[in-house]
Every structure is written in C-alpha cells, then in structure tokens.
Design a binder for this molecule. Structure first.
Ligand SMILES: [Zn+2]
Length: 118
C-alpha cells in the first residue's frame, strides 16, 4: 500500500476536495485515479519530489563503467564504451551519451559538418 496524492486538473471546475489536492491509499497495482470521486472532474496524480524516474533501460555494468570514466574525466574512454554498447544494444540514450562524451573529449563534430570539399 502506498499513499498517492491527486489534484484537480482544472481547479476552477472542481470541488473543494480535489481543488487543494488529496491523498489516497492505493495498492501499487491499482490504476491511477483519473476522476475525482466527489465531483468526477479530471484529476492527476502528483508525484512526490524527488520523483523516482525509472527510465526504460536498466542500469548495467557498462553504464556504471561509463559513469566511472565520466567521473574521472576520461571522456574518450566513456564515449568509446558508450558507442560500442549503443551498437550492441541499439540503445539511443547511449548513442547520445557517446556523442556528448566525444564532444567533451575534444572531438568537434560540427567542424566536420561545415568542412567544405575543397
Ligand atoms: Zn472533486
């Protein structure tokens, strides 16, 4: 059982109950409420801060390794690892990360784009 907070989506149309927000105890498997039980107006769940953001990808050993390289400022190492892993797993987030790390390592991709053919 967890406590969830809800608040009216359109405060002007809502009852006192949901206008200020209310808390309700629900089981995790229960779907989120979309309507106020009192006035039936739309409500939305408020996430308690700091919200735990669960991204689509699990944190793998490689993720940790990349992070370690980044922490140590070994950008090219981090980039290569992220790049390799991105190829292997088809993960877009790692591809983006690899590019960012490459940039931090001093690679300038923009320069190559602008280079003329002369
Ligand atoms: Zn209401």
């Amino acid at each position: 059982m967890s406590t969830y907070a809800y608040r009216a989506v359109v405060p002007g149309k809502s009852c006192d109950h949901c206008r200020q927000g209310f808390e309700i105890i629900q089981r995790i498997i229960e779907p989120a409420l979309i309507k106020c039980p009192h006035c039936k107006n739309p409500i939305s769940r408020i996430l308690f801060a700091p919200a735990v953001v669960i991204k689509g990808n699990p944190v793998t050993e490689t993720d940790r390794k990349i992070k370690e390289y980044e922490r140590e400022g070994k950008w090219s190492h981090a980039a290569e690892l992220a790049d390799k892993e991105a190829e292997k797993t088809k993960r877009k987030d790692l591809k983006v990360r690899a590019l960012e790390d490459y940039k931090k390592a001093g690679y300038d991709f923009d320069k190559y784009d602008k280079k003329d053919n002369s």
